[in-house]
Design a binder for this molecule. Structure first.
Ligand code: URP
Ligand code: ZN
Ligand code: ZN
Length: 464
């Protein structure tokens, strides 16, 4: 007997796209059979005729309760994971960034405490190193033992988070020795710092200067640096939120050298261009790296469709429009980041699958399978296979809707994609077999469980 059978949908998972019934027992996928084959054995049948059935999406780049500058991001764990669920994400991996005077392990413990009984979907955390004292470096293996097998480092945000090249190399070496992996925010702080200082001297620091002070070269130069550090330390590394045309050259060279590097991009880098900064509400689009010129957007899109980009994540980072507006004249104080955990799938589906530029297989790889593989969650997550967690998304490919912050669930009053008409809609979402979204929330907070992740081998990063 199955608790639930998702019946007659087109199941899309690695290596197969075919109509099938999916039978769920004890939170796991217990059987996959021809359409109609399992219905008679089900307590509950979910009719998925004319629907796509995806493995739950995994968003490994989301910020929750991020304290940076004068603001804390607006979503708490409930808000974030509720919005994530409505977007089809059944797992999220935020960052355990230490506060001043906090160690990385203390930050992980604090984050786990904050999330306990609060999450709608499953979750894990990336560890984070913002200092390289002996104590902090010594904690890397302990973070990994506690299931935070990936470590985040920032090359920018000098006031609190930045590691210089020497520190970054030390963290990568220690992480590699301990069997972990890294995520790096790669921007060159010297280039950015010089340009920002110049704007301050000129007295021109409004939000329209954010892009010019973070030029493509500041990102590309940092990507080259990180790739050399990966070669030096053998540390599997994910390049977060890549946004420039130069990413293609770096990844080409990375591939030729067989380096264990995976690149991420985000919906705003492939669906928006810097025209947004000419809008009256342009400050709402300030993020780092900035939304780039159309040539970069097109180049990034080509890297998504040709397989060079391994994962697409939201980099969800929620602020309200009034917070964004407050310092619109001061790029040194403006909060950076865009809300998006709920809109990644429809934006990627609309731009890619609906236009015929992205196969369903690749869509699922970018949002689910590759992310699960890169972060030690596969095959428990990221696939529809017998024995794995029944994390499933029933998606209506024929639904058309317009993105409206009023109907979204993120803890903010805007979306960078507001007014965009999208094709395809998440209809229902199951986490370990239980419906979390089905015409509204159907589970309570606390359903989500902490995932102690496995370390990932260099080979996985070489393959992705
Ligand atoms: O602007 C961004 N991306 N804000 C969030 C923090 C980060 O750098 O990922
Ligand atoms: Zn970043
Ligand atoms: Zn981020």
């Amino acid at each position: 007997m199955f608790e639930t059978v998702i019946s007659g949908g087109t199941v899309v998972s690695e290596g197969h796209t075919s109509r099938a019934d999916v039978g769920v027992r004890d939170g796991k996928i217990a059987a996959i059979a021809s359409p109609g084959g399992l219905e008679d054995d089900a307590e509950t049948v979910v009719d998925a005729t004319d629907r796509l059935v995806f493995p739950g999406f995994v968003d490994s780049h989301v910020h929750v309760n991020l304290r940076l500058g004068e603001y804390t991001t607006t979503d708490d764990v409930r808000d974030l994971t509720r919005a994530a669920a409505f977007g089809g994400n059944t797992t999220v991996i935020p960052f355990a960034i230490p506060d001043a005077d906090e160690t990385p392990l203390d930050a992980l413990d604090r984050r786990r405490d904050e999330a306990r009984n609060e999450a709608y979907v499953d979750y894990s955390f990336h560890g984070c190193l913002t200092e390289t004292t002996d104590e902090h470096l010594r904690q890397i293996p302990q973070l990994i033992e506690n299931g935070a097998t990936s470590i985040k480092a920032f090359m920018v945000y000098a006031d609190r988070l930045k590691l210089d090249h020497g520190q970054l190399r030390a963290v990568m070496r220690r992480t590699s020795e301990a069997g972990g992996s890294m995520l790096v925010h790669a921007e060159d702080d010297d280039i950015i710092g010089f340009l920002v200082e110049r704007q301050i001297r000129r007295g021109e620091t409004d939000f329209t200067k954010h892009g010019p002070t973070h030029p493509p070269v500041s990102e590309t130069a940092a990507l080259w640096t990180v790739s050399e550090l990966v070669a030096d330390t053998d540390c599997p590394t994910l390049l977060v939120h890549t946004s420039t045309e130069g990413t293609g050259d770096v990844l080409g060279r990375v591939d030729a050298r067989g380096l264990p590097i995976v690149a991420e991009t985000c919906p705003h880098y492939v669906a928006l261009s810097d025209e947004v900064y000419a809008r009256g509400d342009g400050e709402n689009f300030v993020c780092s790296p900035p939304v780039r010129a159309a040539t970069h957007r097109r180049a990034m899109w080509n890297l998504v469709t040709d397989g060079s980009i391994g994962v697409v994540n939201s980099d969800h980072c929620g602020y309200t429009t009034s917070q964004k507006r407050r310092h619109r004249d001061d790029i040194t104080r403006m909060p950076n980041g865009l809300p998006g955990v709920e809109t990644t799938a429809p934006i990627l589906y609309t731009n890619g699958v609906a236009t015929g530029e992205l196969s369903l297989q690749r869509f699922v790889a970018l949002l689910s399978t590759n992310v699960a593989r890169a972060f030690g969650l596969y095959p428990q997550k990221g696939t529809i296979s017998v024995g794995t967690d029944a994390d499933l998304v029933v998606f209506d490919p024929n639904a058309t809707w317009t993105i409206d912050p009023e109907t979204l669930h993120m803890a903010t009053d805007y979306s960078p994609f507001e007014g965009t008409t999208v094709e395809g809609k998440v209809e229902s979402v199951f986490v370990r077999g239980d419906p979390v979204v089905d015409d509204g929330l159907t589970e309570s907070a606390g359903h989500g469980e902490y995932l102690r992740r496995e370390p990932v081998s260099e080979e996985v990063y070489e393959e992705l």
